[in-house]
Design a protein around this ligand. Structure first.
Ligand code: F6P
Length: 349
């Protein structure tokens, strides 16, 4: 049945967003539906910022990073009159359905709108952090891991030339997925993640052990959300502007690598440098795997709209794209299970 389908991208951008937009639009346009871009995430629905999305607009966007329709970290539930304005603008724009592409925050809003207002929304799981429940993988993660792995490979050669310890700080606000996967792929000698916080003393011991067997350089991967943990039991969060939180209550991380590098140098006496990968992990073109996953998710979301199955999210289970409830997907975060960390740990020291 032809419909008016809105699409929005919310939260931190990530490679593959445009591939999803293209797939949702292509399938919906093929069915005779109209597709409307909602600008800048939930902000666009609060402010009523819409643009038509036709074949011309989506042409050539498959390999492009970022999002052609903009994003924001706006939470209508934390904006004065936000939810009422979302509902009003949805009515005014004549949207029959909305495809929300986002992570825990954007989809958390979608789940609540569906639950409390019967809002006609379906979700697509996006985030480089891969921490969304009810799906094996989010799109964007593969690209971030690829970028981090390439950085680790490059840092290996310079670490070896100078006999240095190189600390690489990677993203992953609450979870260590990027750190563990890129660390395994890049052959890291120590990996520190929020879920399994080994102590600073243990990390230094692994480095000393490695040097003791003749390896005079080391690569340490640390997840931005790792809390510096000491044998004494003391724990320390390193965050920027600790008082500034976004509308979803998140602090801005960044800086733990620097503190850790100083600790390692002081405690081991080995010359240490730090590289913070930051937003490089989110920029640029998606990997083929992310393009394919994003495309499959986009088609699935358009199908869910067609079937009127709102409150659902496209998800990957094994090799199949299925649908799960938004409620289930946003109930809790998907953390790195111990057995994954054990794979990484087999190569420490
Ligand atoms: O959730 C994705 C993510 O890249 C996190 O890994 C990181 O902590 C955060 O977003 C950074 O957000 P911002 O783009 O607002 O600096």
């Amino acid at each position: 049945m032809p419909r008016r389908v809105g699409v929005l991208t919310g939260g931190g951008d990530c490679p593959g967003l445009n591939a999803v937009i293209r797939a949702v639009a292509r399938r919906s346009l093929d069915r005779g539906s109209e597709v409307i871009a909602v600008r800048a995430g939930w902000r666009g629905l609060v402010d009523g910022r819409f643009e038509p999305l036709g074949l011309r607009e989506i042409s050539g966007i498959l390999p492009r990073g970022g999002t052609i329709i903009g994003t924001s970290r706006t939470n209508p539930f934390k904006t004065d009159g936000g939810v009422e304005r979302v509902l009003e603008h949805t009515r005014e724009a004549g949207l029959d359905a909305l495809v929300a592409i986002g992570g825990e925050d954007t989809l958390g809003v979608a789940a609540r709108l569906y639950r409390e207002h019967d809002y006609p929304v379906v979700g697509v799981p996006k985030t480089i952090d891969n921490d969304l429940a009810a799906t094996d993988y989010t799109f964007g993660f593969d690209t971030a891991v690829w970028i981090a792995t390439e950085a680790i490979d490059r840092l290996h050669t310079t670490a070896e030339s100078h006999n240095r310890v190189m600390v690489v700080e990677v993203m992953g606000r609450h979870t260590g997925w990027i750190a563990v996967m890129s660390g395994i792929a890049g052959g890291a000698d120590v990996i520190l993640i929020p879920e399994q916080p080994i102590t600073v003393e243990q990390a230094c011991e692994e480095i000393r052990r490695r040097h003791g067997r003749g390896k005079d350089f080391s690569i340490v991967v640390v997840s931005e959300g790792y809390e510096l943990t000491y044998e004494s039991g003391e724990q320390r969060v390193v965050a920027q502007e600790a008082s500034a939180r976004d509308q979803f209550g998140h602090v801005r991380f960044g800086g733990v690598g620097d503190v850790l590098a100083r600790e390692i140098e002081e405690r081991t006496g080995f010359e240490t440098r730090v590289t913070v990968l930051g937003h490089v992990q989110r920029g640029g073109s998606p990997t083929p795997r992310d393009r394919v996953l994003a495309t499959r998710y986009g088609l699935k979301a358009a199908d869910l709209v067609e079937e009127g199955r709102f409150g659902r999210m496209a998800a990957l289970h094994g090799d199949s794209v299925v649908d799960v409830s938004l409620e289930e997907a946003t109930a809790e975060l998907k953390t790195v299970p111990p057995h994954w960390y054990e794979v990484a740990r087999a190569f420490f020291g």
